[in-house]
Write a protein that binds this ligand. Structure first.
Ligand code: EPZ
Length: 418
């Protein structure tokens, strides 16, 4: 298994190109199942999660090609079953449920199971699809959904931790081919949900209200092929912004989706980081001393849970007492124990961590556990003295395109070792 060797202490300087969004690409790839015609998608990042989704589309019978960031999908003939050994690799594959149900009238998709960031239920997805007129049964770890024809309905996707991103995607995609109008209240407003709505509209779907928390979808008989360019990845951009801050460097993030990053930029400013937004790029620079900060994650436009681990790494290096709580995934703190092995002073209670910054972290062998926790360990290694070895970097390769090459290009001493 690959690992990263990082020698920290170098202020990063230069430019980093931001890739297309993973969390936008995945549901949009699932949406290509809604039409028999060809779809072209541009700026799709080359990640293992993307390749898993392409494998699922191929397994379902679609013809798929992927080169230089462009994916071509032809889902003329598809079957309706997504097997366990593909779905278990990536929870996001649950978002083929809505398209397959709408397209085929019957589907069988493995339950995604949990993961290290916490329980990952799909009760809201299933409640929404049942409201559209499908019969859902759970059997031997699979969801079996069938319908004699989806019918528009009024649905609420309010869950205990706010709305559901992929649940909104699933219900919105299914509603596109339902008879009549669907109203989704407490819909997720994330930019990736809005990007999916834009793609669906380009396929002929009739959707209004994305980004407002309330979606109105007027069903149509069929959708046609379309071409789409995926939005930039706000979490990748946020991660590299923290890399500039934690190394007290100066980085220009090219094609950063600044308008989708307001809460992350607010948090950086609170920590004393300097930001300059130019057209569609973002300059991030930081000098000592930075300031401690308080953060609480929530659904968009609140502070993203996918940036929580990265800010824990930053907090470990700024003087004073920082406090970070996660209201979306209360157990998403696997990175804290590994940061403590690097000398961080951090305590955990319920869904909150209190971190007292230290002048310098110490390099150590650490274990990646999930995508964003792994990114946090890389960030900590960039600041730590001596060498940090991050094991199991396959977690990082799921969601960051060539992260080691992009960091080396701005001066980081990071090497991928087999
Ligand atoms: C999406 O996951 C993202 N993944 C996650 O990013 C992100 O952390 C999450 O949204 C929250 O923003 C993709 O877009 C592929 P949710 P999703 O359903 O849709 C609860 C990353 O690092 N819930 O919005 O699966 C759930 O337990 C990944 O890129 C229910 O209770 O997340 C959680 O507490 C990690 N019932 C909260 O809602 C449901 O039916 C938000 O989950 C569904 C969710």
């Amino acid at each position: 298994m690959d690992k990263f060797a990082i020698r920290g202490g170098i202020p990063l300087r230069g430019s980093i190109p931001i890739s297309g969004s993973k969390n936008s690409s995945l549901p949009i790839l699932a949406a290509t199942l809604l039409t028999r015609e060809r779809c072209l998608l541009h700026r799709v990042p080359d990640l293992s999660d993307i390749r898993t989704m392409l494998d699922i589309l191929r397994y379902l019978g679609a013809e798929v090609s992927f080169s230089d960031g462009t994916v071509v999908v032809d889902a003329r003939k598809i079957a309706g079953e997504a097997p366990y050994d593909l779905v278990r690799r990536m929870r996001a594959s649950v978002c083929v449920l809505g398209p397959l149900l709408a397209r085929c009238g019957r589907t069988k998709v493995s339950l995604p199971g949990g993961c290290v960031i916490g329980d990952r239920p799909i009760d809201l997805h299933l409640r929404g699809l049942e409201a559209l007129g499908s019969r859902i049964t759970l059997s031997k770890g699979y969801v079996v959904a069938e319908t004699s024809g989806l019918v528009g309905a009024r649905i609420s996707l309010q869950g205990p931790h706010g709305s559901t991103v992929l649940g909104t995607d699933n219900v919105m995609m299914a509603a596109c081919l339902a008879r009549g109008t669907t109203l989704i209240e407490h819909a997720a407003s994330e930019p990736e949900v809005c990007d999916l709505a834009t793609f669906l509209r380009s396929m002929g779907a009739r959707i209004r209200g994305e980004g407002t928390g309330c979606l109105e979808i007027e069903g149509v008989d069929q959708l046609h092929g379309a071409e789409h360019t995926v939005v930039s990845d706000r979490i990748e951009a946020g991660t590299f912004a923290v890399a500039a801050a934690i190394t007290r460097g100066d980085i220009l993030l090219e094609e950063a989706p600044v308008k989708h990053m307001e809460s992350t930029l607010c948090a950086l400013r609170e920590a004393g980081v300097s930001l300059e937004t130019e057209k569609n790029s973002l300059r991030v620079h930081a000098t000592d001393p930075l300031r401690s900060f308080q953060l609480r994650t929530s659904t968009y436009p609140g502070f993203p849970t996918d940036m929580q681990a990265q800010f824990c790494a930053l907090a470990a290096t700024v003087p004073g007492r920082s406090e970070i709580a996660d209201d979306v995934f209360p157990n998403r703190f696997m990175h804290i124990s590994e940061l403590k092995r690097m000398g961080a002073s951090a305590g955990l209670s319920a869904n909150r961590t209190v971190i007292h910054g230290v002048a310098r972290l110490s390099g150590a062998p650490v274990m990646a556990s999930d995508l964003r926790a792994s990114a946090a360990l890389v960030l900590a290694g960039l600041q730590a003295e001596n060498t940090t070895i991050v094991h199991r970097v396959y977690h990082i390769d799921r969601g960051y395109e060539r992260i080691d090459a992009k960091l080396r290009a701005v001066g980081a001493d990071i090497e991928r070792q087999r």
